[in-house]
Design a protein around this ligand. Structure first.
Ligand code: FMN
Length: 399
């Protein structure tokens, strides 16, 4: 969602400027191009050099430093981005924004900005609660600028109150939500999507289990991609990977827990994407106490519920069912068989016999098998990109 986005990052004078360095790095890491402008007050807190080195670009500060006769810097800066972020937004610059004051590089460029603006005020509690500040916030919100609510907690002044710069997790969640609302068409808007991910663990005793190599990366990427296309997403995962706060997460461990979590939600969903590697078998008996080491151990395994098959039987025509086939040979034969036997709409098949793709790595190469199209090969690329292809396929199917 942030990949390829051009972001103008405006930094104004507050104690939280140091936290914005990290925020900028996260935006860049997520694939955004970031260009920074700072007020003179902001440079009192962190040197522009820090932002320059980490963004690998000039930092704009002085409105009259017109080094290129071909352009007016603050207007060029305002016209360039897809999105403007002001972080931290000082009470002073907030007041300027609300009143159309343009007396430095930052306030002038912001006044000339036509792209969506996302702001993160942070200040002393009394400055924040002051009716003048509150009125200014209402004014900005009335003009469709996004103004985050600050966090409550320990302030630089040494006491607790409202005004803290929010946590990075909260900022990124709200920013993604903001981009989603402002962005392109959302083909899955109003649709409810369930995604399963990770390899289940089947307990032998409290410290031992049977599992597989699935990391959950593919399923988590599919969940994010579906959310970005507008869906309400529930991720049922056996993977410890982090998930953004906009997605409902249900953490499970065993195939039985996953079965229960999927089964109780499936009927009200529009799509189920079974990216989890659900163990086919689990021990017939799970010991409640750790088993002592012995020379020989025989385990009797029982078959786990076949979640995909069961949901395939329950599926209604409006629902889309996607399964994965992780194979080491006869990929096409097994995938086509799975498509029929499970009554799925799409099987995403991949070769897990190669080290550079599939389980536990960031890339994959897959083939889509569906009922009315020729098999479609998606060449080796990032799982995030494959996730987008899967979600595009589902969007077309549902709509
Ligand atoms: C140590 C110190 C910390 C400050 N922290 C904040 C702050 O967190 N938020 C804020 O709005 N102002 C803060 N200020 C006041 C602003 O820096 C001041 O209002 C300044 O004029 C803002 O200028 P600017 O909006 O052009 O960046 C602080 C000032 C000092 C000296």
């Amino acid at each position: 969602m942030l990949k390829g986005k051009k972001i103008a990052l405006y930094v104004t004078g507050g104690i939280a400027v140091y936290k914005v360095v990290d925020l900028m790095r996260s935006l860049i890491k997520a694939g955004a191009e970031v260009q920074v402008a700072m007020t003179e007050s902001a440079t009192q807190f962190v040197s522009p050099l820090t932002f320059q080195v980490l963004s690998k670009r000039n930092v704009y500060r002085n409105i009259f430093a017109e080094d290129d006769p071909a352009k007016v810097n603050h207007i060029h800066f305002a016209d360039w981005p897809d999105l403007a972020i002001v972080a931290p937004l000082s009470a002073n610059t907030l007041a300027k924004l609300a009143n159309g004051i343009a007396d430095n590089f930052v306030s002038s460029a912001l006044l000339a900005t036509t792209c969506p603006i996302f702001t993160i005020p942070a200040m002393n509690e009394h400055m924040y609660e002051n009716p003048a500040t509150q009125t200014n916030i209402e004014t900005l919100r009335g003009r469709e600028l996004y103004v985050m609510n600050p966090d409550e907690g320990f302030l630089a002044e040494g006491y607790s109150g409202k005004g803290r710069f929010p946590t990075q997790e909260r900022i990124l969640d709200e920013l993604r939500l903001f981009i989603r609302e402002k962005g392109r068409a959302l083909p899955l808007k109003g649709k409810s999507v369930i995604v399963t991910a990770g390899g289940t663990k089947e307990r032998i005793d409290p410290v031992r289990f049977i599992s597989n190599d699935s990391s959950g990366k593919m399923g988590h990427a599919v969940a994010e991609a579906a959310w970005e296309k507008g869906a309400e997403v529930t991720l049922i995962t056996a993977s410890p990977l982090a998930v953004s706060g906009n997605i409902t997460v249900i953490r499970v461990e065993s195939a039985d827990e996953m079965h229960e979590a999927v089964s109780s939600r499936f009927d009200s969903s529009d799509a189920l994407i079974m990216a989890a590697a659900v163990s086919d078998y689990s021990p017939e008996t799970t010991h409640t106490r750790k088993m002592k080491k012995r020379d020989k151990l025989t385990l009797t395994l029982k078959k786990n519920p076949d979640i995909l098959k069961e949901m395939g039987k329950r599926k209604q025509t409006r629902q889309c069912l996607v399964g994965f086939a992780a194979e080491t040979d006869k990929i096409e034969e097994y995938a086509k068989k799975k498509l029929e036997e499970k009554n799925a709409d799409l099987i995403v098949a991949n070769d897990v016999g190669k080290k550079d793709r599939g389980f536990n790595v960031d890339k994959n190469e897959v083939i889509f098998f569906s009922h009315h199209e020729e098999p479609q090969t998606i060449n080796l690329k990032a799982k995030k990109d494959i996730a987008e292809d899967i979600v595009d396929w589902i969007s077309n199917f549902i709509n």
